[in-house]
Design a protein around this ligand. Structure first.
Ligand code: PLP
Length: 428
């Protein structure tokens, strides 16, 4: 076969972009070489509908072993009783959970997208807001922390069947115990979507939702540093509270309902190459070197937040407990969109983001979201956080000044050259 020079040239360019720039997108990370190798392996050729030992295709003995190892490692990593490693993404994991526990038209209660929640938690443009009846809670205007009183009030009033906690742009820990108590009062299940802080939770640096929440979902590619994908976990398998039946008319335990909601409910064949990469990433996340990494992610997050505050930036909730923070740029007289564009032209990648009670549209926004998961993989430490914030500040104060942008770009390239990506032995 003739090599596709066009696509490989573009992939080379993408690698160069990743190597040269400062990556601050909170949902991104850099996988190890072995995770990447597995993701590009022969397992991509294999169809394996079903579960290990119960497949609809022949020749699955080896991928069965791989998937079983992935499941076992996921359970060990999160201290879970059950795991399904097949969801192709975080969105698909959430879709499967909702398919398993809800009927169309049921009420759900999620964290408002414009306050830091995720599309799949009930947004009107997403399946979750179209198939189910969404209600929301947000953050308090004065503190930027989740308004648990509001959550309780809406739950008592609406009696949702599912309460969803977890976020895409919230820098604080969660009170899962409180949410569970509210859910018990109204007869709801609790889904914790820990996509962002999964790595911090797995290694004990944030509150563990599994003892409190009925179901936990996560992506595998953010702080967890695995391939792009999703994962569903149960701390304890339980009977479905509404006696929901399988298509065959059986009332089954939650694990069985979730397995069926992934396949055949929402997906066809699992991506066994990605499952192999997940297994490797879970193994890595159990290691001492990952523990050192994830601790540094948190330390870097705190150092970055401090540096922003010292330069007069308004961080929602005033700081961070995890790897990310949301910055309200209204006191800097620049929109999120303009800030993102200027930063990208200086080879600093971050994303524009709505801030709570934003007066601008989602296409413009008043804020940016930044995170430390990827730059920590590059080996950056606390002392570098101040430098990064200094560079961001230079851009934000003079976003159209080519001389400033050029100066910043040069310093960005030097910093990242000193912390190489796939040439660095700690990624090997
Ligand atoms: N849930 C949360 C909280 C997220 O932040 C994200 C992605 O950003 C998702 C779900 C969806 O994950 P994916 O992009 O893999 O579908």
């Amino acid at each position: 076969m003739k090599r596709d020079k066009l696509i490989f040239k573009l992939l080379d360019e993408e690698q160069q972009r990743q190597e040269e720039g400062i990556e601050l997108i909170a949902s991104e990370n850099f996988v190890s070489k072995q995770v990447m190798e597995a993701a590009g392996s022969v397992a991509t050729n294999k169809y394996a509908e079903g579960l290990p030992g119960k497949r609809y295709y022949g020749g699955c003995e080896i991928v069965d072993e791989i998937e079983t190892i992935a499941i076992d490692r996921a359970k060990q990593l999160f201290n879970a009783e059950w795991a399904n490693v097949q969801p192709h993404s975080g969105a698909q994991a959430n879709a499967a959970v909702m398919l398993a526990v809800l009927q169309p038209g049921d009420k759900i209660l999620g964290f408002d997208l414009s306050h830091g929640g995720h599309l799949t938690h009930g947004s009107a443009v997403n399946f979750s807001g179209k198939l189910y009846q969404p209600h929301f809670y947000g953050v308090k205007k004065d503190t930027g922390y989740v308004d648990y009183e509001q959550l309780k009030e809406v739950a008592l009033r609406e009696k949702p069947k599912l309460i969803i906690c977890g976020a895409s742009a919230y820098s604080r820990d969660w009170d899962y115990e409180f949410i569970r108590a509210v859910a018990d009062e109204v007869g709801a299940l609790v889904l914790a979507d820990i996509s962002h802080p999964a790595g911090l939770i797995a290694r004990g640096l944030l509150t563990d939702p599994l003892p409190h929440c009925h179901i936990v979902t996560t992506t595998t590619h953010k702080t967890l540093r695995g391939p792009r994908g999703g994962l569903i976990l149960l701390g304890k398998d339980f009977e479905n509270p509404w006696g929901l039946k399988t298509p065959k008319g059986e009332v089954r335990m939650m694990s069985a309902l979730l397995d069926m909601a992934v396949f055949p409910g929402t997906q066809g064949g699992p991506l066994e190459h990605i499952i192999a990469a997940k297994a490797i990433a879970f193994g890595e996340a159990l290691s001492d070197s990952y523990m050192k990494y994830i601790l540094q992610v948190k330390v870097n997050g705190a150092a970055m937040a401090k540096a922003f505050v010292e330069r007069g930036y308004d961080i929602i909730s005033g700081g961070t407990d995890n790897h990310l923070m949301l910055i309200d740029l209204r006191n800097k007289n620049i929109s999120g969109k303009a800030a993102e564009k200027a930063l990208v032209s200086a080879d600093i990648t971050a994303n524009k983001n709505m801030v709570p009670y934003d007066d601008k549209s989602p296409f413009v926004t008043s804020g940016i979201r930044v995170g430390t998961a990827a730059i920590t993989t590059r080996g950056l430490k606390e002392k570098h956080m101040d430098t990064i914030v200094e560079l961001i500040d230079m851009v934000i104060n003079d976003p159209e000044n080519e001389t400033v942008l050029k100066k910043v770009r040069k310093r960005v390239h030097k910093l990242m050259e000193d912390h190489p990506l796939y040439r660095d032995k700690h990624l090997g």
